[in-house]
Design a protein around this ligand. Structure first.
Ligand SMILES: Nc1ncnc2c1ncn2[C@@H]1O[C@H](COP(=O)(O)OP(=O)(O)OP(=O)(O)O)[C@@H](O)[C@H]1O
Ligand SMILES: [Mg+2]
Length: 364
């Protein structure tokens, strides 16, 4: 069992508080991704779990055992970094074997473990080569191999793919997901690439300025963002945010008027919102259709084949709509757009979402 529990973790560097009480319960065999903007504390949190950095307060519990005071080697974890420090003068075999040599394992055991790791990582025919004779993706796999042979309970990855080109990143993403299934290990993976987060994670932790904004499955974050921050961080192109004023509330939900005059009734609870309050209406580009709701002058049209990404302004704000690939529109046109209000989100002045009246079916 390799559950990983973080209990009120804080971290202060001098006068700067970078983690503000992180509570997290990660399940055995779960693949959890930390995402967030640069400087939000992802690497610091990972290094605290690894024991490379000491928390200012709080506890780290792995498999039910408090490891807060234990040295990194005793925690049963392995960490893989963005820059994979391989020994250039050693073969791939010896690079992978390195931690086993340090632990003074016997030759037959070293050979068996290295060969097993190489088979999993498809490196068997590379074992006699030097790192300099490998591609970037293969070198990263050697670094992962070195962590596998130690048979850790928990793998920690800090942006392991960010030095690779786009095509290789895509391949490695799939390989890492497969590896996760094969090893059946608990994995924590840091990235600021939201495609990696959405495609690899069982659950995602969205971090912002040293706090957890939301912890949930990729589809929970996409369909039910709790905050404006999560709503605009997850999803491509980004969610549109239109300023609006609350008009009132009824059985159908909250009535708002977008700046510019368009009225909508959105099926959300009123919460603390009162008539006259300023809110923001969040609309994902992929939830916009051609129709009669509001007009938008088309400033830029990107035809990607399957879809046409269309940019303009609505209610004085930049607005993006993902329309069909063959949508009969041109740059310079005024197009009519429509949005099903069931797909709209409403954020209060503090950036908190107003709860839905009846949750639409969750895509698991
Ligand atoms: N050793 C240190 N001393 C002082 N401040 C530090 C130290 N390490 C990190 N910080 C600060 O802590 C904050 C979080 O840094 P961290 O490296 O965890 O961010 P990150 O989320 O991993 O960012 P990135 O996506 O750029 O890697 C930053 O403001 C950083 O300047
Ligand atoms: Mg980092």
């Amino acid at each position: 069992m390799a559950t990983l529990d973080l209990d009120s973790i804080t971290k202060t560097f001098g006068a700067a508080k970078v983690l503000h009480g992180i509570d997290l319960a990660i399940r055995d065999k779960e693949f959890v991704v930390f995402v967030g903007p640069s400087g939000c504390g992802k690497s610091t949190l990972l290094r605290i779990i690894a024991g490379l950095e000491e928390a200012s307060s709080g506890r780290i519990v792995i498999g039910g055992r408090d490891v807060s005071r234990e040295a990194p080697v005793d925690r049963g974890i392995a960490m893989v970094f963005q820059s994979y420090a391989l020994y250039p003068h050693l073969s791939v075999f010896e690079n992978i074997a390195f931690p086993l040599r340090v632990a003074r394992l016997g030759e037959p055991e070293v050979k068996a473990k290295v060969e097993q790791a190489a088979a999993i990582l498809k490196l068997t025919d590379k074992l006699p080569l030097r790192p300099g004779q490998l591609s970037g993706g293969q070198r990263q796999r050697v670094a992962i191999g070195r962590s596998i042979v130690r048979n850790p309970q928990v793998f920690l990855f800090d942006e392991p793919l960010s030095n690779l080109d786009a095509a290789l990143r895509g391949d490695m993403r799939v390989e890492l997901s497969q590896l996760h299934r094969e090893l059946g290990a608990t994995m924590v993976y840091v990235t600021h690439d939201q495609v990696e987060a959405m495609t690899m994670a069982d659950r995602i932790v969205v971090l912002n300025a040293g706090k957890i904004e939301q912890f949930g499955t990729p589809m929970e974050l996409y369909h039910h963002p709790q905050t404006r921050f999560v709503a605009t961080f997850i999803g491509q192109p980004n969610m549109n945010l239109l300023p609006a004023t609350v008009k009132g509330a009824g059985p159908g939900g909250l009535s708002v008027e977008l700046d510019g005059g368009h009225a909508m009734t959105i099926p959300v609870e009123t919460g603390s919102a009162r008539p006259g309050d300023r809110v923001e209406v969040g609309i994902r580009p992929e939830n916009v259709e051609l129709g009669s709701g509001f007009d938008m002058p088309v400033r830029v049209l990107e035809r990607l084949g399957g879809v046409s990404i269309t940019y303009g302004k609505v209610a004085g704000q930049r607005f993006c709509a993902t329309l069909p690939g063959d949508a009969p529109i041109h740059e310079g046109d005024r197009v009519g757009l429509a949005v099903d209000p069931r797909h709209a989100h409403v954020f209060d002045a503090g950036g908190r979402v107003l709860r839905r009246l009846s949750a639409p079916t969750l895509v698991a």
